[in-house]
Design a binder for this molecule. Structure first.
Ligand code: NAP
Ligand code: HSE
Length: 338
């Protein structure tokens, strides 16, 4: 008999966890109709049970005991929204071992352990989804791994980090000082817990690793991607670009070449007619070049609680719909294994 209520545990109740909870509860009716089952949050894992939370978070769902989530037979899907490498990776592995499907927004963890987690999930007939890990609300992982899967992808080029795009936009348009706009990006919930990952380009490199694995079926470690962040971009550089009607953006590029994939993240000077030059604030955009579909341009909010929560909830809905129909064992992985 197929299940009519699908239980979810959220690991984390910060920017993304609280945004996901809001999407799942405020849109519960839409989600139930589309999934063919009620989707209910049964537990929310946090570090500190005494911390003040958004008013909408029910206190009785909060726990600091991960084993209670693993042992709860009513929990079908675990959404890892904590960040960091450990214990996030171990928790995802344990959730799969316990027979639970996994959703994650954690590009740092997935860029290092995504292949292993994908194999673990496949071996268990379980689903692993991570749309929210790349470009927030933009459905780029779905686009590459489903709708464009019949193409050979020849290039991926994009603005993959909301914090740095927000900083560069505000510095350029408002002459705002770097430190003040970084603080603003943190207050708005865009930045990583340690924003060095954003401003030095590590976050964009993690996301590029995930795009390359899905689009090219190749694994390039984030540390092997040529990388430069935005900390060397000066107000003078932005003024010079403006004088030429151009913009400076942190651009991630992966190109298929005869001898392999060339990948890099670096600030680039983009002329006004380049599609990425008009992408402002925390918005992200990705240009995907395909051998049959030609160029595809996707744009949307790349960070923040609700845009990211929307992507997490979309993955949860997809898995819930598969569970409700008994088709989860047939789902294709997002990470293209060789
Ligand atoms: P955050 O605001 O710092 O929230 C992290 C949450 O995880 C907090 O609730 C924290 O508990 C909990 N947590 C952390 N370590 C834990 C542990 N060992 N055990 C139990 N709970 C733990 O982070 P965030 O901005 O939501 O980001 C979460 C993840 O989503 C990261 O991987 C990030 O890269 C990714 N992401 C973020 C965005 C965004 O726009 N912010 C977008 C896409 C993806 P306490 O509240 O008790 O401290
Ligand atoms: N810190 C990330 C960003 C969050 O600014 O893009 C979204 O992945």
């Amino acid at each position: 008999m197929n299940k009519k209520t699908i239980g979810v545990a959220l690991l984390g109740c910060g920017n993304v966890g609280s945004g996901t909870f809001r999407v799942l509860t405020e849109n519960a009716g839409i989600i139930a109709k589309r999934a063919g089952a009620d989707v209910r949050v049964k537990a929310i894992l946090v570090r500190d049970l005494c911390k003040d939370r958004d008013a909408g978070i029910p206190k009785d769902l909060l726990t600091d005991d991960f084993s209670a989530i693993l042992d709860n037979p009513e929990i079908d899907i675990v959404a890892e929204l904590m960040g960091g490498l450990e214990p996030a990776v171990s928790y995802m592995k344990q959730a799969l071992q316990a027979g639970k499907h996994v959703v994650s927004a954690n590009k740092a963890a997935l860029a290092r352990s995504g292949e292993e987690l994908t194999k673990n999930a496949g071996a268990q007939g379980l689903m692993l989804r991570y749309e929210a890990a790349v470009c927030g609300a933009i459905p780029v992982m779905n686009a590459i791994s489903t709708a464009l899967a019949a193409n050979e992808i020849t290039g991926i080029r994009g603005i993959l980090n909301g914090t740095t795009n927000y900083i560069l936009t505000r510095m350029d348009e408002d002459n705002a000082p770097y430190a003040a706009v970084l603080k603003d990006a943190q207050d708005k919930g865009f930045a990583e817990a340690d924003p060095t990952g954003d401003v030095e380009g590590h976050d964009a490199a993690n996301k590029l690793t995930l795009l390359i694995a899905a689009g090219f079926g190749r694994y390039i470690r984030p540390d092997d991607i040529e990388r430069e962040g935005i900390t060397g971009v000066t107000e003078d550089d932005l003024r010079k670009a403006a004088a030429e009607n151009a913009k400076i953006k942190l651009v991630a590029t992966a190109v298929r070449e005869k001898d392999g994939i060339r990948a890099r993240v670096r600030p680039e000077f983009l002329p006004a007619d380049h599609p990425l030059s008009s992408v402002r604030n925390e918005f992200n955009a990705v240009l995907i070049s395909c051998n049959m579909a030609d160029d595809i341009f996707l744009q949307g909010r790349g960070a923040g609680p609700l845009p990211t929560g929307s992507a997490v909830a979309g993955d949860i809905l997809e898995i819930a719909a598969c569970i409700a129909r008994g088709t989860e064992k047939n789902a294709l992985p997002t990470w293209r294994l060789q």
